[in-house]
Structures are given as structure tokens and as C-alpha cells.
Design a protein around this ligand. Structure first.
Ligand code: PRT
Ligand code: MG
Length: 214
């Protein structure tokens, strides 16, 4: 059996992926939340998991350091998807990419008046494309997290961020004004690995596809 390395991030992606892995007969021998190990062995001697930052998953798979991985559509758009095959939407870690503004800010009229908007976000690609499509002029400010803070302290007029329950927006007196796209996580496979290790990878892919359908 060929050796297979799967890249995952801990937290919601690992939690939502564990049942899919189980359906493919793969179970981690350690829990990434409690273990400090970055390489986790599994019940299958030829399969190991590597635990990386969510936004680093596509990079590991692109360069073949991992054969396959699971990453959010948000992360994949920013990465660009070079050398990645994306055969399956796993329908996990679902949320929405949204534009949000402070309660008092009249976004609709600012857009109507052609105002130039300052937008804070981690998702530069997605935001640039969205506002270009709308014909809205924006200055994008790159942040690495806690985007919700930016409009509260005058760093930006609006943010582009992921929303799932909406609790974080509400707690910070922000409101979502526009949905950019729905987000879910996808299986990604290194293109060369898919050819060279097809015998090992295909059954895992098939088991994931069956589990997703249920
Ligand atoms: O945390 P780290 O900086 O390491 O990276 P990350 O935030 O990219 O990783 P992680 O594990 O938090 O998220 C991994 C993937 O989960 C993302 O790439 C998304 O595809 C997906 N996902 C699903 C989410 C959310 N839902 C989500 N709600 N990622 C982040 N959030 C954040 C959001 O940014 C906001 O700060 O949760 C907050 C809003 O949540 P609600 O429930 O209050 O609306
Ligand atoms: Mg996070």
C-alpha cells in the first residue's frame, strides 16, 4: 500500500472531517486538540495526518508535502488553487462570506452615492473581485483576524468576513449587509499524487463521496 499524507487544520475542520475519515476506515490515534504532535498516526499504517493552519493546507498539498487535504472555499480562493484538484464539496464547516458594517452606517446609500469605502479583511482576493463586480471603489486593508474590531475603531467603514451564527457581529454592533457567497470545505488533492497514488486515494475519495451524500 502506498503511503498517504492528509493535511487538516484542527478545530471545526478536524471535527467535521473525523466522521468522513471514519467512513473511509481512517481514525486518528491522537486527538489534535490535546496532543502537541503535528503528525498524527492513524489506525491505517499507510495513512498519516498532518495538522497545519487552515490557510496553509492548500500550500502543503500544492507542493506534495501532503497528498490531500481539506480546506474552506474562502481559503482556496485566496490561495488561487494552483496544482490542486478539487473533486468534492464536503458540505462541512459551512458559513457565509459577508459584508458587514456598524449599526449606524448607511451602506446602501454610501454605495448609491459612489462613495469610496475602506474595507478591512483577511480575504483580499474575494473582496477585490466582489466590489469590482459591483463597481464600488474600495481601499482594502489586510488584517489577519478580528476583522470585527476594525470599523469600531475607525480603521475601516466595513469588513468582509465569514459569518455562521451571526453572534460575533451582533456582539460588536455590526450588521451584515450583503452576502458575497456561501462557503463550505472541499477535498483537495495534489494532481501528481492523484495519478501516482490513485489506487490508494480513489477508495478514500469514494468513501468521502458516499458519506457526504447521506
Ligand atoms: O484560526 P486560524 O487563524 O488558525 O485560521 P482560520 O480562522 O482560517 O481557521 P478556522 O479553523 O477557524 O476555520 C477554518 C475554516 O472554517 C474557515 O476557512 C472557513 O471555511 C470555516 N468556517 C466556518 C469558519 C466559520 N464557519 C466562522 N464562523 N471560519 C471562521 N469563522 C469565524 C469568522 O471569521 C468570525 O470571526 O467565526 C466568527 C463568526 O462566527 P459567528 O458564529 O459568530 O457568526
Ligand atoms: Mg479561526
Amino acid at each position: 500500500m502506498t503511503d498517504i499524507t492528509i493535511a487538516l487544520s484542527k478545530g471545526r475542520i478536524f471535527d467535521d472531517t473525523a466522521p468522513l475519515l471514519k467512513a473511509a476506515g481512517i481514525e486518528a490515534l491522537d486527538d489534535p486538540e490535546s496532543s502537541r504532535k503535528l503528525i498524527l498516526d492513524t489506525n491505517r499504517p499507510n495513512v498519516r495526518l498532518v495538522i497545519v493552519r487552515a490557510s496553509d493546507v492548500p500550500t502543503y498539498v500544492q507542493y506534495g508535502a501532503a497528498d490531500m487535504g481539506i480546506a474552506g472555499k474562502d481559503v482556496l480562493i485566496e490561495h488561487g488553487g494552483a496544482a490542486l484538484c478539487q473533486p468534492l464539496d464536503l458540505n462541512i464547516a459551512c458559513c457565509r462570506m459577508m459584508v458587514a458594517v456598524p449599526e449606524g452606517f448607511d451602506y446602501e446609500s454610501a454605495v448609491r452615492q459612489g462613495a469610496r469605502l475602506r474595507i478591512a479583511t483577511k480575504y483580499l482576493q474575494t473582496a477585490r473581485e466582489h466590489f469590482a463586480d459591483k463597481g464600488v471603489h474600495v481601499d482594502l486593508i489586510k488584517l489577519y483576524g478580528s476583522m470585527e474590531l476594525a470599523p469600531l475603531v475607525g480603521l475601516a467603514d466595513a469588513i468582509v468576513d465569514l459569518v455562521s451564527t451571526g453572534n460575533t457581529l451582533k456582539a460588536n454592533n455590526l450588521r451584515a449587509v450583503e452576502e458575497i457567497m456561501p462557503i463550505s470545505s472541499r477535498l483537495i488533492i495534489n494532481q501528481a499524487a492523484l495519478k501516482l497514488k490513485q489506487k490508494t486515494i480513489q477508495p478514500i475519495l469514494d468513501a468521502f463521496a458516499d458519506a457526504v451524500k447521506q
